[in-house]
Design a protein around this ligand. Sequence first.
Ligand code: SAM
Length: 322
Amino acid sequence: MDRPAERADKRRASPLEPLLREVLDGLRAEQPTLPCKLFYDEPGSQLYEQITALEEYYPFRAEVEILERHGAQIARALGEGALVVEYGSGSSVKTRLLLDCLHACAGYVPIDISREHLQQAARGIAQHYPHLHVLALCADFTEPVTLPARVAALRPRVAFFPGSTIGNFDPPAATRLLRNIRELVGRGGHLLIGVDVPKDRATLELAYDDPHGVTARFNLNILSHVNRLFGADLDPGCFRHEAIWNAAHGRIEMHLRCTRDHHAMLAGERLAFSRGQSIWTESSYKYPPGQFHAIGAAAGFAPESVWFDSRQRYSLHLMRAV
Ligand SMILES: C[S@@+](CC[C@H](N)C(=O)[O-])C[C@H]1O[C@@H](n2cnc3c(N)ncnc32)[C@H](O)[C@@H]1O
């Protein structure tokens, strides 16, 4: 029988239980998968930062360009004294471009799953904007979000969701996530969201499979993260990175392709991967504006504006909760 201290230890370990289930179910599926939120431990977040600096990874610079060129117009549309809640805030680089334009922003709540990265970014924002309430929330934003009490009464609310992270969800899951955001901002609240658009295969595949191998390291790091979280022994050396544009579904798919038969232990379970089999680690859906408006409408948002970068590679949508 467990002693009280052991029972307490088990209770403390339980928050990882649902994630472990999700990982095991995914890896045992006919097409093995891993949830892409597992990219983002501290090494993964650092690798993502490196990706954003790559010439090939156009979405980051395109979105920065849009915010720089249209910030004043965006700020006018959002009005005064808004509470900004950012989904998947990462290093909060784009946040600064938005905050610099906003009039009398009332507070800033960055939400991210990558704890150290989030805390460091939030400290940077608080130092740079000393009069702003900055309350970082380390959470999985696919779950309903409860705002900290200190800012819960602030209105209007603006959800800022840059980085084309919404593309990581298939359309039904994206609709569910936007519905949660719609609940959070309330009627009349806004959503400012970055959405990548379909384009030629070569540009897309290069953006997700750069010749420097940074995206490959980012993809492979998911295995090391699973190993660290669950004491598993998945061998990144048995897999290679792959990024494919699936035109029929309008998405980039990132996979880890097994280069030789491999067995691994995860939480006492034996997993077998055969040569040639892949683990599907990420989708990145690309939407023309009309298609994204339909997803927004299904979630309770009406389109207000959409801006593109000068090369029409990327879009930033402003939507109002109706
Ligand atoms: C593609 S990056 C975008 C980062 C930043 N917003 C940008 O535009 O450069 C996705 C960000 O969302 C965070 N993230 C991914 N899935 C998440 C989840 N389920 N809950 C909370 N944060 C998540 C990651 O840690 C990462 O910082």
